[in-house]
Design a binder for this molecule. Sequence first.
Ligand code: ATP
Length: 874
Amino acid sequence: MIAFPHALSTEELIYQLQSDSAEGLNKTEVDERLGQYGLNSLSRKKPKGILRMFFEQFIDPIIFLLTAAMILAFVFGEWIEGYAVLAVILLTVLIGFFMEWQARKSVDALQKMALTKARVYRNGTLEIIQAQFLVPGDIIKLETGDVVPADARLIEAQSLGVKESILTGESNQINKSAEMLPKETSLTEQFNMVFNGTFVSRGNARAIVVTTGDKTSIGQISTLTQTAHKGRTPLEHKLNKLSHLLIWFTLALALLIIIAGYLQGKDLSLMIKTGIALAVAAIPEGLPVVATISLARGMLRLARQKVIIKKLESVQTLGETGIVCTDKTGTLTENTMAVQKVMLPERVVNFETKLEFSKDELFSQITAVAVLCNNVKNGEENAGGDTMEIALLDMARNTGYNIEEIRTNAPRIVEIPFDTELKRMATLHSINGKYLVCVKGAIESILDLCDTVLTDTGVHNLTDKSRWLSLVDQHAAVGLRLLAFANRELEERPTGEFLNNLTLLGVMAFLDPPREDVKEAIKTYRAAGIKVVMITGDHPATAKKIGEEIGLLDPENSEGLVIHSGSLPDFEKLTTVDESRLLNAVVFARMIPKQKLDLITFYQEQNIVVGMLGDGVNDAPALKKADIGIAMGIRGTEAAKEVADVILMDDKFTSTELAIRQGRNIFENVRQFVVFLMSCNLAEIIAVAAASFSSLPMPLLPLQILFLNMVTDIFPALALGMGKGNKDIMSQPPRDPDEPLMTKLLWKSTVIYSISITVAVIGITLYAYSYKNYSAAVANNMAFYTLILGQLFNVFNLPKRNTSFLKNEVTGNPYIWYAILISLLLVVFAYFIPVVNNVLNLVPLAFDEFAAIAVFSLLSLFLSQLAKRTGLTI
Ligand code: ATP
């Protein structure tokens, strides 16, 4: 390892690391070093091994309880029960293990897609690779927006600025250059080094990797290293709490039933068995597992639609989103810019209608600035880059200028890169022994620097700034994007500040039409009670017009809905008037990154879950701050993708809607199967309890309960977890993040559904045993089948009250029908197969007994539906 890379000359360092400044390393060297230094990734807590994952399934209160039941069964010599419980334990563990393994596999696969990339010279060519394959000695290239992929020493740097807050907490941009520094320079002052995990906020550079992985500065701050497994998601946590509650409830009840039955003079061993079986059966084994599968499936489904979710829990947060903040350019608009008008001081050149055009002095000067103060390389327009700058080159070319010639005649000496706060960019060129300052940017920002203007009759004092401002306003009002240009000729090379006393040359207007599909998405959001807020760096009038075109603003009624950053209140001292003004507004224009952050914080303080779309390095803090950071996959910088929770691989605003819809669906699915499982289990408990407290025969025998649960619990619950959701899900307001999983109404519904089933079960027992005087075995069997059917029918009670009984998300979910079919087949199987029917105490039944079963189980459905349609349940 190199001890003080910042204190060596780059030649010396490259020599010591046996690399080549131009060629980089070759494949054999890379392989060798990968073997020696390992992957360039921060060591995370080792992911759980397969075996560990398997055995961890046993460490669960549910399994403890089952084990206790099994031991009790064996102690009392109830071999069949004992083995049955053992089978349930193994099945529960196996299902849990398999599901967790599946979920982890899909999460891992998706996370791989979101790994940081790096630009590296290998064998003389510039390649883009996954940053984890970098080794010491690699020559890397850094550009604005990149995440620095390892600790590296700069070889050359052009206006390089880096944000190192992740390492030092300092949020300002740090300027970097390649000069050698003294040995004792502290880490924060090593301006010739760039550090793993920091963001390039401007400029570009070439650097040589010095350390990788855990040896990097960030790797050594152990608190920052991430843990591989995120623990449980909040949803799983909620479910776990719920199932623990149920365990205690069940235990207490089982005990009560045993005592009550004993006092009634029932057979003690049967009561103990029933108590055990109840405890086993009433526990919703599947809860947390089905939740994990639902979340993981949601992730996969979204990945197919080009939305990559980086963390499982984000799926849930997405469903709670109340405000979506988005920038304008490229997200709401096409980002296919073209120059429409060039406004010179005394005339307007209109490309829209191809009016007369003359290549005069004025036009040539503004074009020269457009070409010189521009970072897009001629002929490399397709390689990305600022679309506005590409449009400028296109315009110059189309009007007959030679870009190469203009650039060769005036080589660039200095660049002051585009700054989102100042909203301008400047360059200094040498030209025929003199110097030329070229500046372009937002009109307000440029006017501040100008005191003269170039007209057909020469340079004059700039006295009509307000005329320029209103000219710009006029064009912005029709949705055009505007950029002002200025220059200045100097005899000497400036030593200090040179952005003053500039000459205004004119303003260009660009057309960037709104995206077609955005309008529809905004409508959907409106119906879903989700507010879309445009936060843009652009001119307020341009933003307003685009806002109107996409349906964000009503042209007739937009008073007070567009806020200029200059008129933002002090976020520290907000009055109630300020608050309602902020909550009302839908467009924020000329915003700087700090203000974006303040606004998000403000929304969060109002208890709103905020989703934020972004692409630049400057968006990174806001993406991180938002509850859901959403980065653009194509246009987005590595920095934005790194901190985001969600990546839109197709850069489409409309995809956010898919993601939110999915998030909402999953939560609703989880709710549905929780209500389903709990109402079924509760029905069993009440039925058995009722029988124990009365002189009726047991409607359910212990093994029947186990069978029933393995049949009725698992398949329909899984099917509910896979549901595509209610079509109207996006016409409801967002869920309050504080709302519990089980609301009062859901608890009430659970109890009502379980009572409906119990009424049917107890009803048929009374009918068979007391009215028809059938034997206890027949009465029991009839109750057993009624319970099975009642539970299967119970899935049809889950859709909301306002949906039709025949056409809803449950009847439209094919998995539900498969689940019901499988369950019924298993019941038929149990009825006909001798060993099984013997174990379950099943006896042959006559046709009219089956008919009674059908009637009573339909009665349970009827009662639940009656309660639903009269407004008692969901
Ligand atoms: P959004 O934030 O919605 O994407 P935007 O692209 O207009 O909108 P910024 O990139 O912050 O936001 O730009 C703000 C303003 O800065 C623009 O309106 C323009 O006047 C000016 N500007 C943008 N890009 C450049 C550039 N490359 N050089 C000089 N000025 C620029």
